[in-house]
Design a protein around this ligand. Structure first.
Ligand code: PRP
Length: 205
């Protein structure tokens, strides 16, 4: 039996759609159900940012999660396969009428992705003060809380509608199939078999 942590929302739905194609059966969580058992798999429905935690602590053998989340949590996990969906970028956003300019002595950057942000600016030796927010990041530059933001851009619509523009891409993200080292060691055959079935579905679509 393999236990797989899936995020709520689009990435989780796209993941279950792959299992439907493999087994030619519906894979659906019941209304508000957090566990689904089907065809020898147990699926856990968790918050996007919690997927790596469930997998790292071995409550799940496998998980599906965006590279953006993986890079942010910095846990030692096995990246088994880039699933190619759930595409987005982590980008710097600035006010639409401004240009990116790193000549000031310091910048305030609002983000929910502190680690990705800190690493990016420290590699470039640009001094920044990171302001941690939990959502509605696009608001921060509009009310003077920050000079810029680091946030997820999918269509760019949220930034556009709030008078911001993406100015620089830090990371390109898509959904990854992940495992913890222990599960990968103990259930290698089962995991690699599933990986190849998933890959066939992706290659065929
Ligand atoms: C992300 C991000 C932006 C939005 C970007 O939020 O924080 O607000 O999506 O998408 P767009 O470029 O297509 O407009 P998300 O929906 O992941 O919700 P969250 O803030 O709760 O993480």
């Amino acid at each position: 039996m393999l236990t797989i942590a899936l995020p709520k929302g689009r990435i989780g739905e796209d993941s279950l759609a792959i299992f439907e194609k493999i087994f030619k059966k519906p894979f659906e969580f019941g209304d508000r159900k957090l566990i689904l058992e089907q065809e020898g798999f147990k699926f856990l429905r968790v918050r996007n940012q919690d997927v790596p935690t469930y997998v790292f602590y071995q409550a799940a053998d496998l998980g599906v999660v965006g590279l953006d989340v993986l890079e942010e949590v910095q846990l030692d996990l096995v990246r088994l396969l880039d699933l190619g969906f759930g595409k987005c970028s982590v980008s710097i956003g600035i006010r639409a009428n401004e240009e990116l300019d790193f000549t000031k002595p310091s910048y305030k950057v609002a983000t929910k992705m502190e680690n990705i942000t800190r690493e990016f600016f420290s590699k470039k030796a640009i001094p920044v003060e990171i302001i941690k927010l939990y959502g509605s990041i696009e608001l921060a530059p509009l009310v003077g809380l920050a000079d810029m933001i680091v946030d997820i851009v999918e269509t760019g619509e949220t930034m556009r509608q709030n008078g911001l523009k993406p100015a620089l891409e830090i990371l390109q993200s898509s959904a990854y199939l992940i495992s913890n080292k222990n599960s990968f060691f103990l259930k290698k055959e089962e995991i690699l078999d599933l990986r190849s079935k998933i890959k066939s579905v992706l290659d065929g679509s």
